[in-house]
Design a protein around this ligand. Structure first.
Ligand SMILES: Nc1ncnc2c1ncn2[C@@H]1O[C@H](COP(=O)(O)OP(=O)(O)OP(=O)(O)O)[C@@H](O)[C@H]1O
Length: 854
């Protein structure tokens, strides 16, 4: 990515999660970890409420007034509790007030649509090296190979491929749950992909409606930086710049390391072929009989509506126009209506997908040309300067050796599992076309997103959704496992970010697990600061994630466009606060992110953030815990500089659904409001709020994964790491936003790693940064993870730091984001010269980049 600073990124080669019950040293409590796959944090919360309710009722009935108050307090604050399952959205609906208050800081639910649905995004971010040629070659190779007849793509018919739509929330679905079971079937013989993928077969994935705690993850990767280094001109200088992206497969060998267990990699792949699922899988080809979508006004959103992008690609050949017209015709009048009224749609249907289906095939390979391009991106080994310290050198040596040996083993394992499993089970293509998403959960925060409507509409019209329904507009950038494109869902004016991955490349480079991890995590996300996955398409050759497009570029680029290349404190506070909420949510889902850095924080069109890139994340078990609050509200209010205060704020006025409420400036309160506020504060004082802590404190991994300058000391030392690594990276992240550089950066990667482990934290004299900010960074960058801020209570602990004082966590998504510089071309605006050139290249392929590949 041209926007990517030179950063060393290290990917894990091995993860190990201790899923056994483990004593929480700090809390002195036994954390009961869940095992098995059926798990939902929201369910836990709801049952937690119920358990507390019933306990309270039982106790209070037999107690005096005073005693009953006591009982209420204790029951709400005491011991860790675990429960399970239900489908409530979880966050504080019709529950006891005290518990609502405890959860209030986590209440990020409704306004995300607003954040995602504003102005039209226009592509414009520089993407560096063009992949148009690669796409072109891939396109031609696939056509030639699969077709064998030289027929033009638009004349080829073929099987449908697996399309895994991610379920979204829809009230209408509850009213009409069978709507998706009656969609018209499209005969496979009439589809284009059949000829392209003669060997295509389908395998259902095991239902994954719950988080699947991993006891072990095996990942063996090359560094992205290696790829870039190979592709770049000055590998040496790139290497010594620790910011140069570099990924390497490595494991820090320690006594705590658990023998390699590849069962999980198998597990994931086997689950994809679980025959048990095929009996329960809902077929996509069933439909509501072509019931038309009702078009009605919702939010005046247009962020998903492509305006000018079409112009970029509309200069294609007449066949393209013809194709487009054909698609439009295929979509029928309702599609035209949708197209014409993209601002006025509401989702009507919801699909309940309880299983995943996946196109599976072991046959064929992409063109050698394509392979060579892709493979070359990940071949070099991490290269450390020879002047490294002995300590680090030893670590690195072990890491490298382990990586190599494991890589060999993983290769055969991975290849066998994926290819074999993929080809072991077949089903009809019709089934795949309307496959379940693999998860039955709902997605309230984006449920009114018109993009769901558009996708469902195309799906209903064609019986399936494949990449042929997308028109590629431009390449956004390339990562370690795939390339991201801006694409329009043909005939709908809805744009998406498509992450396209070459299956064979994933297998041969042992990146399949990473891709799978990313997809599975994306599938469970439903948060305004995290991406929405709309669909997942898999063909014999390619895999594709259809995601929400984020047009604002990344924070790394944005920071560099700031005066002094650093953010002012208010802006930094805004960004880190939103990131903190995203991390908190991830931890609640049992996901340790592990790759926090400005490059992975995208800026939405409305200025809010979206945390992306989950292929290095660690999934683990997590247990929700209620802890007695150690900071009564009254005490906190004394320190308040504005009416809103942290997650424990119970001022009803903080819940006013006002758009663009600034959480950073005091608001004038009426006398009545003040009175109510005081009352609520007093109530909270009488009954201090319990704290909901859902921190995967027991997660353990020995992987050597991350980005050099962001690596936590425990990762470098190979001591095994857990969720606390995210709080370390959070500290580095805040430091970088404020100072324009990371604190432990050395002259090379080796120095950087040594500095992280042994060098004490020092703050530059300039720019001037507040005491609170520095204090927070200090707490986060404690080298011992057990003493690190956030290691016990997670985000709840960090949110209470005075740096965030006055911040209304619940309404931050409605707060006014830092202003984006007008001159800042971070993705919204006219295409750059390189993008124009790239556009020409794309045009050379055809009218647009055809996705009949799928
Ligand atoms: N949903 C999105 N909207 C807009 N841009 C995106 C989106 N997802 C990814 N990108 C951009 O596309 C480029 C490639 O992303 P990708 O995730 O493939 O690579 P990456 O971020 O380097 O991570 P990795 O190598 O681990 O996959 C990056 O510049 C990223 O910012």
């Amino acid at each position: 990515m041209s926007t990517m600073r030179p950063t060393c990124e290290i990917v894990e080669s091995r993860d190990e999660v201790d899923s056994q019950s483990k004593t929480d040293k700090k809390g002195g409590k036994h954390c009961m970890l869940k095992s098995g796959n059926k798990y939902s944090i929201e369910d836990d919360i709801n049952q937690l409420f119920q358990a507390i309710d019933s306990r309270n009722s039982a106790r209070i009935s037999g107690l005096s007034n005073e005693a009953s108050k006591d009982a209420l307090r204790k029951s709400a604050m005491k011991r860790p509790m675990r429960v399970s399952s239900s489908n409530a959205s979880g966050i504080g609906i019709s529950e006891p007030v005290s518990l609502k208050q405890a959860l209030r800081g986590l209440c990020i639910s409704q306004a995300s649509e607003m954040a995602a649905m504003k102005r039209l995004s226009r592509p414009g971010r520089s993407s560096g090296v063009s992949e148009a040629g690669t796409i072109k070659r891939l396109y031609r190779a696939v056509v030639d190979e699969a077709n064998g007849s030289g027929l033009p793509m638009n004349q080829v018919k073929g099987n449908y491929v697996e399309v895994s739509l991610v379920p979204e929330a829809s009230k209408n679905y509850e009213k009409n749950p069978g709507s998706m079971q009656s969609e018209p079937q499209v005969h496979p013989a009439t589809t284009l992909a059949d000829a392209l993928m003669p060997d295509a077969s389908l395998t259902r994935l095991a239902p994954q409606d719950q988080i699947s705690p991993f006891s072990t993850e095996v990942k063996s990767e090359k560094l992205k930086g290696e790829d870039r280094k190979l592709e770049s001109t000055d590998s040496s200088s790139n290497f010594h710049d620790s910011k140069k992206v570099m990924r390497m497969g490595a494991v820090a060998s320690t006594s705590t390391e658990v023998p390699l267990n590849t069962s999980n990699s198998d597990k994931g792949l086997h689950s994809a072929a679980s025959p048990s699922c095929s009996s329960t899988g809902s077929k996509v080809s069933k439909s509501s009989g072509g019931s038309s979508h009702l078009i009605k006004p919702v939010l005046g959103s247009k962020s998903f509506v492509k305006k000018n992008v079409k112009q970029d690609s509309s200069s294609g050949s007449s066949s393209s126009a013809s194709d487009n017209r054909k698609v439009d015709n295929d979509l029928g009048p309702s599609t035209s209506k949708l197209k014409d009224q993209t601002h006025n749609c509401t989702p009507k249907h919801e699909r309940e997908g309880n299983e995943k289906e996946s196109l599976v095939s072991s046959s064929t390979s992409l063109s050698k040309e394509m392979n060579s391009v892709l493979v070359n991106r990940g071949t070099s080994k991490p290269d450390f300067p020879s002047n490294c310290s002995n300590r680090t050198k030893s670590i690195v040596t072990k890491v490298d050796e382990r990586s190599r040996s494991r890589e060999k083993g993983d290769f055969s394992q991975s290849s066998k599992s994926s290819i074999g499993d993929y080809s072991s089970t077949t089903s009809t293509s019709e089934e795949s076309s309307l496959s379940g998403s693999g998860r039955s959960g709902k997605r309230p925060h984006m449920s009114r997103d018109l993009r769901w409507e558009a996708i469902h509409h195309v799906q209903k019209q064609h019986g399936t959704l494949g990449l042929r329904h997308f028109k590629l507009l431009r390449r956004i950038g390339s990562g370690d496992i795939g390339t991201v494109y801006l694409a329009e869902l043909t005939g709908t004016n809805c744009v998406f970010a498509l992450k396209v991955m070459d299956n064979e490349f994933l297998v041969t480079r042992k990146k399949m697990i990473r891709a799978q991890t990313e997809r599975e995590i994306l599938e469970i996300l439903d948060h305004p600061f995290l991406p929405t996955l709309y669909a997942h398409c898999v063909s014999e050759k390619l895999s594709c994630l259809v995601m929400e497009y984020c047009p604002g570029g990344d924070l790394h680029v944005l920071r560099q466009k700031q005066p002094g290349r650093s953010f002012c404190e208010q802006a930094a506070r805004f960004y880190v606060a939103e990131v903190l909420l995203a991390l908190e949510y991830l931890h609640m889902l049992g996901v340790v992110y592990r790759d926090l850095k400005p490059e992975n924080i995208l800026v939405r069109e409305d200025g809010h953030i979206m945390l992306t890139d989950f292929d290095l994340s660690l999934r683990c078990a997590v247990n929700p815990t209620l802890l007695k609050s150690s900071s009564p509200v009254l005490e906190s209010t004394k320190k308040m500089s504005s009416p809103c205060i942290e997650s424990s704020c119970i001022d009803p006025f903080c819940l006013q659904p006002s758009w663009q409420v600034s959480c950073f400036t005091p608001r004038l309160l009426s006398a009545a409001a003040k009175s109510r506020k005081i009352k609520s504060e007093l109530a909270a004082q009488v009954s201090p709020l319990p704290q909901l802590v859902v921190e995967p404190t027991s997660a353990r991994s020995n992987s050597f994964v991350g980005t050099h300058e962001y690596l936590a000391p425990e990762i470098i030392k190979g001591e095994g790491h857990g969720s606390a690594v995210d709080w370390w990276t959070f500290g580095i992240f805040l430091f970088e936003l404020l100072y324009g550089r990371t604190p432990f950066k050395g002259s090379g990667n080796e120095d950087t790693l040594a500095n992280v482990v042994s060098k004490s934290l020092k703050f530059p004299n300039t720019p001037i940064v507040s005491f609170h900010a520095r204090d927070l960074i200090r707490g986060l960058l404690i080298k011992d993870p057990e003493n690190r801020l956030g290691s016990v209570k997670g985000a709840a602990e960090i949110k209470q730091h005075p740096f965030f004082e006055g911040l209304n966590w619940a309404l931050i998504r409605c707060a006014v984001p830092p202003e984006l510089p007008r001159w800042c071309d971070v993705g919204v605006g006219a295409p750059s010269a390189s993008q124009k050139q790239e556009g020409k290249e794309l045009e050379g392929i055809g009218e647009h980049i055809d996705f009949e590949l799928f």
